[in-house]
Write a protein that binds this ligand. Structure first.
Ligand SMILES: *Cc1c(COP(=O)(O)O)cnc(C)c1O
Length: 363
């Protein structure tokens, strides 16, 4: 018998030939691409402005600079996310203040938010992890009452929505990543800041080019956060497919849920009410995660762990004073999460094989 071919976590080579030809064509006409793509992306999300930048990390950084985050300020975020959500705060000599997560959604537990606010809190930065929005209704209510701006880390959630509002359209500012593995991926690094505020959009655009709206006259210290036009050309060709791809991710998630239903020892991802989850990752919780993972690997199935170490326990953040036990839900999630393959080109048959292998591993 021929062994079944391996199933990768993600396979960027499967994107279709017609699209590849389109991209090649688009690359030939890249020059006006950044500005026209900014408009198209803003329209897609229903926001006033999108300012394209060099990466998702730089989108967070430039948004924090635009909010005036300065040494000694505090920015509240989740301890269970990609490093850049907190490292950008630290790079401005400000302090990331973590709030534990809600175990069902893996997102910042909004009921604990108010307790973390101090007179130094300069911004609240929820992360829409794995493609699902945080509890923005509660977060926006607290932020409004306490008069603190909200910066959404929407890097994993392009196309997601909360109560009919697009991820990245709810806070004062939002950051997106177009890293190739994200739901809308460029051919290299790229990102965006979105906002409905005209003055902030102008400020971010100026910070993107060294705070210099007029060449060689610098009003403030920014950086080189430009996105290159090649990425804009690639993204322009892909944007019309985003909704279709996200629908396919949702269909794959529904299929996983069907196939894995009733298996006692696995906890499936839950879509919170009012949320449209776009499954950047399909993440289950299993008790004996590393053994399960090894068993799937034996069947040729790639999986991943996002993230094995919560940010408050990272070596570089030791001087923040957190320790083991500071955020029990984030710590438990780090031990239990397992991301299964999910990407638009994954076949139904592959989902069935992954599910069968997972069920066998749990038996
Ligand atoms: C990917 C990601 C980022 C950083 O984006 P890059 O484009 O890789 O710099 C930030 N936050 C989260 C939650 C991400 O997933």
């Amino acid at each position: 018998m021929v062994p079944a071919p391996p199933i990768p976590m993600l396979d960027l080579t499967r994107s279709d030939e017609t699209l590849k030809r389109k991209i090649t064509g688009a690359v030939a006409e890249i020059w006006p691409a950044v500005e026209s793509f900014e408009k198209a992306f803003a329209r897609e999300l229903g926001v006033e402005h999108a300012v394209f930048v060099s990466s998702g990390t730089d989108a967070l950084l430039v948004a924090l600079i635009a909010l005036g985050v300065s040494p000694g300020d505090e920015v509240i975020t989740s301890p269970f996310t990609f490093f850049a959500s907190a490292s950008t705060v630290a790079r401005l000599c400000a302090r990331p203040v973590f709030v534990d997560i809600e175990p069902g959604s893996f997102n910042l537990d909004a009921s604990r938010l108010e307790g973390a606010i101090t007179p130094r809190t300069r911004a609240i930065q929820p992360v829409h992890l794995y493609g699902q929005c945080a509890d923005m209704e509660t977060i926006l209510e607290v932020a409004k009452r306490r008069k603190i701006p909200v910066l959404e880390d929407a890097c994993q959630a392009v196309g997601a929505a909360h109560q009919g509002r697009a991820a990245g359209s709810m806070g004062l500012l939002a950051a997106f990543s177009f890293y190739p593995t994200k739901n809308l991926g460029a051919a290299g690094d790229a990102g965006a800041v979105t906002t409905n505020d005209d003055a902030l959009a102008e400020l971010v655009a100026s910070l993107r080019v060294h705070g210099s709206p007029h060449t060689y006259h610098h009003e403030r210290v920014g950086g080189n956060f430009r996105m290159d036009a090649l990425q804009a050309a690639v993204l322009s060709a892909k944007l019309p497919w985003l909704a279709v791809w996200n629908e396919r991710r949702r269909a794959l998630a529904a299929r996983y849920a069907e196939l894995l239903a009733g298996a006692g020892r696995v906890r499936l991802p839950a879509e919170a009410s009012g949320n449209r989850h776009v499954y950047h990752q399909y993440v289950v919780r299993v008790p004996n995660r590393d053994a399960v993972r090894a068993r799937l690997a034996k069947d040729g199935i790639s999986t991943a762990v996002f993230y094995p170490v919560p940010l408050h326990l990272q070596e570089c953040f030791r001087d923040l004073g957190y320790r083991e036990g500071s955020f029990p839900e984030a710590e438990r999630a780090a031990k239990e999460v397992l991301a299964l393959p999910v990407f638009p080109e994954l076949s139904d048959e592959e989902v069935e094989r992954v599910s069968a292998s997972l069920l066998a591993a749990l038996a």
